[in-house]
Design a protein around this ligand. Sequence first.
Ligand code: GLU
Length: 505
Amino acid sequence: MAERKVRVRFAPSPTGALHIGGVRTALYNYLFARQHGGDLIFRIEDTDSNRFVPGAEEYILESFKWLGIEFDEGVSFGGEYGPYRQSERREIYKKYVGGLLKSGKAYIAFDTPDELNAKREEVSNFQYDASTRMQMRNSLSLSPKEVDGLLAEGKQYVVRFKIEPNEDIHVNDLIRGEVVINSSILDDKVLYKSADELPTYHLANIVDDHLMEISHVIRGEEWLPSAPLHVLLYRAFGWEDSMPAFAHLPLLLKPEGNGKLSKRDGDRLGFPVFPLEWHDPKTGEVSSGYREAGYLPEAVINFLALLGWNPGNDQEIMSMDELIKLFSLAHCSKSGAKFDYKKGIWFNHEYIMMKPDEEIAKLFLPILGEHGVEAPFDKVVTVVGMMKNRVSFVYELWDACSFFFIAPTEYDEKTVKKRWKEDSASCMAELMEVLEDISDFSIENQEKVVMDWIAAKGYHTGNIMNAFRLALVGEGKGPHMFDISWVLGKEETLARVKRAIDVLK
Ligand code: GLU
């Protein structure tokens, strides 16, 4: 048999912001598709109209655009297998539901919600299945005449999947190996509802994966319990030969303790669980996003890639292209992956370090603008190059290096007490004269001239440098002293020293 073309899909339900776990699922699908020269499809599973949230689809698309995850086909991308939004595929599903009814693999059930609730109260752990279905009101228990009558009256119904009991169902999972469950634990799942003329998730998902020629279903572990049912559905349709391979990805776990990562963990510990900031249209609640929190998309991708997969060695920094080369489902773990958000911060720092200073400077410009600073781009690039090793986020550059752009107006009291000695004013006045005479204001030359002067005068280097730093920075921090004076230039350096003498003497 010819090798099957790799076609994978990311199929979110537009019920709100995309959780970071969903982003990882999409990323793994993307890496897998690219590695195999296959297609990645974006399908919207919106058959549950009660849970539809406006704006969610746009949000998801914008998230992937930001992260650099590209789709080949699907909603907003087009393609040969459309429509890709399930609410636009009603007629297709109807046809397939009809087929299952005809072949006796499914049946019509008229039980109202009230009747079902009454039954659940009457029988504990009630399950609608082979052992109970004949006590219910459906096309198996009622006569054809009664069924036709109810349909003619326009009574609402659902279509249920007729699951044969006592059969071991084998699911071959590329990550978990063979998973076997007995069909008796499954209930006769609802596949279709006449009320909204829409299928449920299970039916639409299988029909679409089949029609869209999906080769691999790579999705979160929370869908593993549905997989046996899905296997049975493929069989009921006679599609076992083209059934996709399954791979269920490990859960993302809380950073500390046990259990699934939740939004509350993020709120409590201060990290986002969404790619972009999300404004909930119903509650008005605003949730933070990685983009707005100052993460670089490359850092988020690299961080997520390693949550549940590793390259087989301890390499950590990988570009998207490297990930595409290295990714493999065989190296995905079965057990949950702890969401170590601090590692995400570390990745952000690493990517700030790796990126050209010009690129970081461009990201820093709007932050400078917010503080009313307009500076020549060259200067911003230089400052970024000197200071970026100290920050994990671009916005942190402001605190680290605002003094390069704004002269101090106040001097940190503690530093003044400790560093501004009795003779500091006169020493700084002398230093001004020394600096004034320097025509080559390069870092090296300044350092040489000033050090020679200090040595000739027998001054204490530390005292001079500390006072000089206080004058230029306003406190005791910053990089190498002559780096600072070089960036500021002679005129600004002298002005700052003069001002410090005036204020502090
Ligand atoms: N619509 C499902 C979701 O929201 C898709 C599950 C699957 O990939 O089969 O995750």
